[in-house]
Design a protein around this ligand. Sequence first.
Ligand SMILES: Cc1ncc(COP(=O)(O)O)c(C=O)c1O
Length: 379
Amino acid sequence: MDVKFNKNPNVQFFQQHLQELLTDYNSFRQKKASELCLSMLQPLFKERHLWLTHSGTAALEMVAELLLQSGKSEIIVPSFCFVSTAVAFQNKGFQLRFAEADPQTLSASVPDMLNNLINENTAAVVWMHYAGTTTPAFMELVNYCRANEIFLIEDAALGFGRTFDNQAIGNFGDAAIFSFDITKPISAIQGGLLVVQNKNWFKQADTYYHIGTNRSAFEKGEVANYQWVSLGSKCQMNELNAAFLLDDLQNYSSKITRLQQLSRYYVQGLKELQLKHAFDLPSVFEHPDNHHVVGLLFTTAELAQHVQKQMQQSGIEVFSHYQALHAAPFALQNQQQRSLPVAQKLSTNYLRLPLHEDLSFTHIDFVIEMLKQAILNAP
Ligand SMILES: Cc1ncc(COP(=O)(O)O)c(C=O)c1O
Protein backbone atom coordinates (compact mmCIF):
# COMPACT_ATOMS: atom_id res chain seq x y z
CA MET A 1 0.00 0.00 0.00
CA ASP A 2 1.40 3.42 -0.98
CA VAL A 3 0.95 6.10 1.66
CA LYS A 4 2.13 9.49 0.48
CA PHE A 5 3.02 12.23 2.93
CA ASN A 6 0.79 14.74 1.16
CA LYS A 7 -1.56 14.63 -1.81
CA ASN A 8 -2.79 16.65 -4.75
CA PRO A 9 -5.33 19.22 -3.66
CA ASN A 10 -9.05 18.41 -3.64
CA VAL A 11 -11.01 21.35 -4.96
CA GLN A 12 -14.72 21.97 -5.01
CA PHE A 13 -15.44 25.48 -6.28
CA PHE A 14 -12.02 26.45 -7.68
CA GLN A 15 -13.00 26.04 -11.35
CA GLN A 16 -16.02 28.23 -10.73
CA HIS A 17 -13.88 30.95 -9.12
CA LEU A 18 -11.41 30.71 -11.97
CA GLN A 19 -14.15 31.01 -14.56
CA GLU A 20 -15.45 34.13 -12.83
CA LEU A 21 -11.98 35.63 -12.77
CA LEU A 22 -11.58 35.00 -16.50
CA THR A 23 -15.00 36.18 -17.61
CA ASP A 24 -16.33 38.72 -15.13
CA TYR A 25 -14.59 42.06 -15.60
CA ASN A 26 -15.65 43.47 -12.22
CA SER A 27 -14.45 40.40 -10.30
CA PHE A 28 -11.13 40.64 -12.08
CA ARG A 29 -10.69 44.39 -11.58
CA GLN A 30 -11.82 44.37 -7.98
CA LYS A 31 -9.84 41.30 -6.91
CA LYS A 32 -13.03 39.67 -5.76
CA ALA A 33 -11.44 36.38 -4.68
CA SER A 34 -8.98 38.21 -2.40
CA GLU A 35 -11.80 40.36 -1.01
CA LEU A 36 -13.93 37.29 -0.27
CA CYS A 37 -11.01 35.53 1.43
CA LEU A 38 -10.42 38.61 3.58
CA SER A 39 -14.08 38.82 4.51
CA MET A 40 -13.96 35.20 5.68
CA LEU A 41 -10.72 35.71 7.61
CA GLN A 42 -11.47 39.07 9.23
CA PRO A 43 -13.98 37.76 11.84
CA LEU A 44 -11.19 35.59 13.29
CA PHE A 45 -9.04 38.64 14.00
CA LYS A 46 -11.09 41.43 15.49
CA GLU A 47 -9.66 44.96 15.41
CA ARG A 48 -6.68 43.71 13.48
CA HIS A 49 -5.68 44.65 9.98
CA LEU A 50 -5.15 41.83 7.47
CA TRP A 51 -3.09 41.62 4.30
CA LEU A 52 -3.02 38.57 2.03
CA THR A 53 0.54 38.02 0.89
CA HIS A 54 2.22 35.86 -1.73
CA SER A 55 3.80 33.74 1.04
CA GLY A 56 4.28 33.48 4.78
CA THR A 57 7.85 34.60 4.06
CA ALA A 58 6.59 37.87 2.52
CA ALA A 59 4.47 38.48 5.63
CA LEU A 60 7.57 37.95 7.81
CA GLU A 61 9.52 40.36 5.63
CA MET A 62 6.84 43.00 6.17
CA VAL A 63 7.09 42.45 9.92
CA ALA A 64 10.87 42.80 9.78
CA GLU A 65 10.50 46.14 7.99
CA LEU A 66 8.02 47.36 10.63
CA LEU A 67 10.35 46.36 13.45
CA LEU A 68 13.14 48.56 12.09
CA GLN A 69 11.29 51.47 13.74
CA SER A 70 11.99 50.01 17.17
CA GLY A 71 15.59 51.19 16.95
CA LYS A 72 16.69 47.98 18.65
CA SER A 73 19.01 45.45 17.10
CA GLU A 74 18.11 41.92 18.19
CA ILE A 75 15.32 39.49 17.35
CA ILE A 76 14.77 36.24 19.22
CA VAL A 77 13.71 33.38 16.95
CA PRO A 78 13.23 29.66 17.61
CA SER A 79 16.10 27.49 16.42
CA PHE A 80 13.74 24.67 15.50
CA CYS A 81 11.93 26.65 12.83
CA PHE A 82 11.76 27.35 9.11
CA VAL A 83 14.56 29.34 7.51
CA SER A 84 12.19 32.18 6.52
CA THR A 85 11.67 33.05 10.17
CA ALA A 86 15.35 33.82 10.45
CA VAL A 87 16.24 35.13 7.00
CA ALA A 88 13.44 37.74 6.91
CA PHE A 89 15.00 39.49 9.93
CA GLN A 90 18.62 38.83 9.00
CA ASN A 91 17.96 40.48 5.60
CA LYS A 92 17.00 43.70 7.39
CA GLY A 93 20.22 43.68 9.41
CA PHE A 94 18.91 42.41 12.74
CA GLN A 95 21.11 40.31 14.97
CA LEU A 96 19.41 36.96 15.61
CA ARG A 97 19.37 35.15 18.92
CA PHE A 98 18.22 31.55 18.63
CA ALA A 99 16.03 29.99 21.31
CA GLU A 100 16.12 26.38 22.44
CA ALA A 101 13.14 24.14 21.61
CA ASP A 102 10.73 22.48 24.00
CA PRO A 103 10.60 18.70 23.40
CA GLN A 104 6.87 18.43 24.15
CA THR A 105 5.45 21.46 22.31
CA LEU A 106 8.18 21.60 19.62
CA SER A 107 7.83 25.36 19.91
CA ALA A 108 10.49 27.44 21.63
CA SER A 109 11.40 27.10 25.29
CA VAL A 110 9.83 30.03 27.11
CA PRO A 111 12.32 29.83 30.04
CA ASP A 112 15.22 30.02 27.56
CA MET A 113 13.71 33.11 25.96
CA LEU A 114 12.93 34.82 29.27
CA ASN A 115 16.00 33.85 31.26
CA ASN A 116 18.79 33.75 28.69
CA LEU A 117 17.89 35.75 25.61
CA ILE A 118 15.74 38.81 26.22
CA ASN A 119 17.86 41.87 26.98
CA GLU A 120 17.79 45.64 26.50
CA ASN A 121 18.57 45.26 22.76
CA THR A 122 15.63 42.96 22.08
CA ALA A 123 13.30 44.45 19.48
CA ALA A 124 10.99 41.44 19.28
CA VAL A 125 10.43 37.85 20.18
CA VAL A 126 9.12 35.61 17.42
CA TRP A 127 6.97 32.76 18.73
CA MET A 128 6.32 29.85 16.39
CA HIS A 129 3.15 27.90 17.22
CA TYR A 130 4.27 24.43 16.15
CA ALA A 131 1.17 22.61 14.87
CA GLY A 132 -0.78 25.53 16.27
CA THR A 133 0.13 24.71 19.85
CA THR A 134 -0.22 27.27 22.53
CA THR A 135 0.45 26.58 26.17
CA PRO A 136 0.19 28.52 29.46
CA ALA A 137 3.94 29.17 29.11
CA PHE A 138 3.20 31.10 25.93
CA MET A 139 0.84 33.36 27.91
CA GLU A 140 3.67 34.04 30.34
CA LEU A 141 5.72 35.24 27.38
CA VAL A 142 2.81 37.35 26.05
CA ASN A 143 2.42 39.03 29.45
CA TYR A 144 6.16 39.57 29.83
CA CYS A 145 6.44 41.20 26.40
CA ARG A 146 3.43 43.44 27.06
CA ALA A 147 4.80 44.54 30.44
CA ASN A 148 8.28 45.20 29.07
CA GLU A 149 7.43 46.83 25.74
CA ILE A 150 8.98 44.10 23.66
CA PHE A 151 7.17 43.34 20.42
CA LEU A 152 5.75 39.84 20.14
CA ILE A 153 5.35 38.29 16.71
CA GLU A 154 3.39 35.08 16.25
CA ASP A 155 4.69 32.84 13.50
CA ALA A 156 1.53 30.81 12.99
CA ALA A 157 2.60 29.39 9.63
CA LEU A 158 1.68 25.98 11.02
CA GLY A 159 -1.28 27.14 13.01
CA PHE A 160 -4.18 28.30 10.91
CA GLY A 161 -7.46 27.18 12.45
CA ARG A 162 -6.22 26.64 16.00
CA THR A 163 -7.47 28.57 19.00
CA PHE A 164 -6.30 29.28 22.51
CA ASP A 165 -8.57 30.60 25.24
CA ASN A 166 -11.39 30.78 22.66
CA GLN A 167 -9.39 33.10 20.42
CA ALA A 168 -7.81 32.23 17.11
CA ILE A 169 -4.07 32.12 17.39
CA GLY A 170 -2.69 35.23 15.74
CA ASN A 171 -4.65 37.39 18.21
CA PHE A 172 -1.96 37.53 20.90
CA GLY A 173 1.00 39.36 19.40
CA ASP A 174 1.64 42.77 17.86
CA ALA A 175 1.58 40.95 14.55
CA ALA A 176 1.12 37.40 13.31
CA ILE A 177 1.86 35.58 10.10
CA PHE A 178 0.26 32.51 8.53
CA SER A 179 1.33 30.38 5.61
CA PHE A 180 -1.09 29.08 3.00
CA ASP A 181 1.57 27.07 1.22
CA ILE A 182 0.58 23.80 -0.48
CA THR A 183 2.14 21.93 2.45
CA LYS A 184 -0.42 23.43 4.86
CA PRO A 185 -3.95 22.14 5.55
CA ILE A 186 -5.54 25.35 4.23
CA SER A 187 -3.73 26.45 1.14
CA ALA A 188 -3.53 28.98 -1.66
CA ILE A 189 -0.90 26.68 -3.29
CA GLN A 190 1.45 29.49 -2.33
CA GLY A 191 0.34 32.30 -0.06
CA GLY A 192 0.35 33.88 3.34
CA LEU A 193 -1.41 36.28 5.65
CA LEU A 194 -0.17 39.15 7.77
CA VAL A 195 -2.28 40.13 10.78
CA VAL A 196 -1.35 43.36 12.53
CA GLN A 197 -2.67 44.44 15.90
CA ASN A 198 -0.35 47.36 16.51
CA LYS A 199 -2.24 50.39 15.16
CA ASN A 200 0.98 52.40 14.79
CA TRP A 201 2.02 49.96 12.08
CA PHE A 202 -1.11 49.98 9.90
CA LYS A 203 -0.16 52.81 7.55
CA GLN A 204 3.45 51.79 7.06
CA ALA A 205 2.51 48.14 6.54
CA ASP A 206 -0.06 49.13 3.93
CA THR A 207 2.36 51.38 2.03
CA TYR A 208 5.11 48.78 2.10
CA TYR A 209 2.65 46.13 0.89
CA HIS A 210 1.73 48.32 -2.11
CA ILE A 211 5.33 48.71 -3.38
CA GLY A 212 5.90 51.83 -1.30
CA THR A 213 2.88 53.67 -2.76
CA ASN A 214 -0.30 55.24 -1.38
CA ARG A 215 -2.37 52.90 -3.50
CA SER A 216 -4.97 52.34 -0.74
CA ALA A 217 -5.76 56.07 -0.70
CA PHE A 218 -6.12 55.95 -4.48
CA GLU A 219 -8.44 52.92 -4.29
CA LYS A 220 -10.62 54.79 -1.79
CA GLY A 221 -10.77 57.73 -4.20
CA GLU A 222 -8.84 60.00 -1.82
CA VAL A 223 -6.11 60.86 -4.36
CA ALA A 224 -6.19 61.10 -8.15
CA ASN A 225 -3.12 58.92 -8.71
CA TYR A 226 -1.05 56.75 -6.49
CA GLN A 227 2.53 57.76 -5.96
CA TRP A 228 5.78 56.38 -4.65
CA VAL A 229 5.95 57.58 -1.05
CA SER A 230 8.11 55.09 0.84
CA LEU A 231 10.07 51.85 0.81
CA GLY A 232 8.12 48.81 -0.24
CA SER A 233 7.74 45.62 -2.17
CA LYS A 234 5.07 43.74 -4.08
CA CYS A 235 3.77 41.56 -1.28
CA GLN A 236 0.25 40.82 -2.51
CA MET A 237 -1.21 37.39 -3.12
CA ASN A 238 -2.12 36.98 -6.77
CA GLU A 239 -5.74 36.38 -7.72
CA LEU A 240 -5.19 32.83 -8.99
CA ASN A 241 -3.88 31.88 -5.57
CA ALA A 242 -6.69 33.79 -3.88
CA ALA A 243 -9.25 31.84 -5.96
CA PHE A 244 -7.65 28.63 -4.71
CA LEU A 245 -7.56 29.83 -1.11
CA LEU A 246 -11.20 30.84 -1.33
CA ASP A 247 -12.13 27.29 -2.28
CA ASP A 248 -10.17 25.90 0.67
CA LEU A 249 -11.71 28.39 3.08
CA GLN A 250 -15.17 27.42 1.84
CA ASN A 251 -14.35 23.75 2.56
CA TYR A 252 -12.62 24.63 5.79
CA SER A 253 -14.84 22.90 8.37
CA SER A 254 -15.11 19.53 6.70
CA LYS A 255 -11.41 19.49 5.92
CA ILE A 256 -10.28 20.37 9.43
CA THR A 257 -12.77 18.01 11.07
CA ARG A 258 -11.47 15.14 8.95
CA LEU A 259 -7.83 15.96 9.74
CA GLN A 260 -8.62 16.16 13.45
CA GLN A 261 -10.27 12.72 13.32
CA LEU A 262 -7.23 11.26 11.58
CA SER A 263 -4.83 12.89 14.01
CA ARG A 264 -6.76 11.52 17.01
CA TYR A 265 -6.81 8.07 15.45
CA TYR A 266 -3.03 8.22 14.98
CA VAL A 267 -2.49 9.32 18.56
CA GLN A 268 -4.66 6.53 19.95
CA GLY A 269 -2.82 3.91 17.85
CA LEU A 270 0.62 5.29 18.65
CA LYS A 271 -0.12 5.38 22.38
CA GLU A 272 -1.18 1.74 22.30
CA LEU A 273 2.19 0.70 20.85
CA GLN A 274 4.31 -0.63 23.69
CA LEU A 275 7.51 0.85 22.29
CA LYS A 276 8.25 3.62 24.75
CA HIS A 277 11.97 2.86 24.62
CA ALA A 278 12.02 3.76 20.91
CA PHE A 279 10.20 7.06 20.64
CA ASP A 280 8.26 9.75 22.40
CA LEU A 281 4.99 11.15 21.08
CA PRO A 282 5.31 14.87 21.94
CA SER A 283 2.28 16.10 23.87
CA VAL A 284 1.51 18.73 21.21
CA PHE A 285 -0.05 15.97 19.10
CA GLU A 286 -2.38 14.82 21.84
CA HIS A 287 -4.45 17.98 21.63
CA PRO A 288 -7.85 16.89 20.23
CA ASP A 289 -7.88 19.88 17.84
CA ASN A 290 -4.52 19.05 16.28
CA HIS A 291 -4.84 18.89 12.50
CA HIS A 292 -1.48 20.08 11.21
CA VAL A 293 1.17 17.45 11.95
CA VAL A 294 1.71 14.12 13.68
CA GLY A 295 5.32 13.23 14.43
CA LEU A 296 7.54 11.12 16.65
CA LEU A 297 10.76 11.92 18.45
CA PHE A 298 13.01 8.86 18.32
CA THR A 299 15.53 8.07 21.02
CA THR A 300 18.41 8.05 18.53
CA ALA A 301 19.12 9.59 15.14
CA GLU A 302 20.16 6.15 13.85
CA LEU A 303 16.76 4.72 14.75
CA ALA A 304 14.97 7.62 13.04
CA GLN A 305 17.03 7.06 9.88
CA HIS A 306 16.41 3.33 9.98
CA VAL A 307 12.65 3.84 10.42
CA GLN A 308 12.50 6.37 7.58
CA LYS A 309 14.32 3.97 5.24
CA GLN A 310 12.19 0.97 6.19
CA MET A 311 8.95 2.91 5.90
CA GLN A 312 10.02 4.20 2.49
CA GLN A 313 10.61 0.60 1.40
CA SER A 314 7.05 -0.21 2.52
CA GLY A 315 5.73 2.66 0.35
CA ILE A 316 5.20 5.10 3.24
CA GLU A 317 6.62 8.61 3.04
CA VAL A 318 7.83 9.99 6.36
CA PHE A 319 9.91 13.13 6.66
CA SER A 320 11.98 15.02 9.17
CA HIS A 321 11.16 18.69 9.66
CA TYR A 322 13.24 21.78 10.37
CA GLN A 323 17.01 21.68 10.65
CA ALA A 324 18.14 23.63 13.72
CA LEU A 325 18.80 27.16 12.52
CA HIS A 326 21.43 28.00 15.13
CA ALA A 327 23.64 25.27 13.63
CA ALA A 328 22.99 26.13 9.96
CA PRO A 329 26.13 27.00 7.96
CA PHE A 330 25.05 30.61 7.47
CA ALA A 331 24.15 31.07 11.13
CA LEU A 332 27.48 29.66 12.26
CA GLN A 333 29.26 32.39 10.28
CA ASN A 334 27.11 35.16 11.71
CA GLN A 335 25.94 34.40 15.23
CA GLN A 336 27.33 33.70 18.63
CA GLN A 337 27.32 29.95 19.03
CA ARG A 338 25.20 28.24 21.66
CA SER A 339 24.57 24.61 22.34
CA LEU A 340 20.85 23.88 21.89
CA PRO A 341 20.55 20.11 22.33
CA VAL A 342 16.76 19.85 22.00
CA ALA A 343 16.65 21.78 18.71
CA GLN A 344 19.55 19.67 17.50
CA LYS A 345 17.81 16.45 18.51
CA LEU A 346 14.60 17.52 16.75
CA SER A 347 16.63 18.01 13.54
CA THR A 348 17.94 14.46 13.55
CA ASN A 349 15.56 12.27 15.60
CA TYR A 350 12.15 13.58 14.62
CA LEU A 351 9.95 12.20 11.84
CA ARG A 352 6.52 13.33 10.64
CA LEU A 353 3.94 10.78 9.53
CA PRO A 354 1.61 11.17 6.53
CA LEU A 355 -1.44 13.30 7.37
CA HIS A 356 -3.92 14.46 4.76
CA GLU A 357 -7.64 14.15 4.27
CA ASP A 358 -7.46 11.34 1.67
CA LEU A 359 -6.06 8.97 4.30
CA SER A 360 -8.36 6.34 5.81
CA PHE A 361 -8.10 4.64 9.20
CA THR A 362 -6.85 1.56 7.27
CA HIS A 363 -3.92 3.62 5.95
CA ILE A 364 -3.12 4.75 9.47
CA ASP A 365 -3.29 1.19 10.81
CA PHE A 366 -0.86 0.22 8.07
CA VAL A 367 1.52 3.11 8.88
CA ILE A 368 1.49 2.17 12.57
CA GLU A 369 2.04 -1.52 11.84
CA MET A 370 4.97 -0.75 9.51
CA LEU A 371 6.38 1.62 12.12
CA LYS A 372 6.22 -1.13 14.72
CA GLN A 373 7.95 -3.59 12.40
CA ALA A 374 10.65 -1.08 11.47
CA ILE A 375 11.38 -0.48 15.16
CA LEU A 376 11.41 -4.19 16.00
CA ASN A 377 13.77 -4.85 13.07
CA ALA A 378 16.18 -2.10 14.04
CA PRO A 379 19.79 -3.29 14.42
C1 LIG B 1 7.27 28.15 10.89
C2 LIG B 1 7.24 28.68 9.49
N1 LIG B 1 7.34 29.99 9.29
C3 LIG B 1 7.30 30.53 8.06
C4 LIG B 1 7.16 29.74 6.95
C5 LIG B 1 7.17 30.37 5.60
O1 LIG B 1 5.94 30.25 4.94
P1 LIG B 1 5.87 30.24 3.35
O2 LIG B 1 6.37 28.91 2.89
O3 LIG B 1 4.41 30.42 3.06
O4 LIG B 1 6.68 31.35 2.86
C6 LIG B 1 7.05 28.34 7.11
C7 LIG B 1 6.88 27.47 5.95
O5 LIG B 1 6.66 26.29 6.06
C8 LIG B 1 7.09 27.80 8.41
O6 LIG B 1 7.02 26.48 8.63
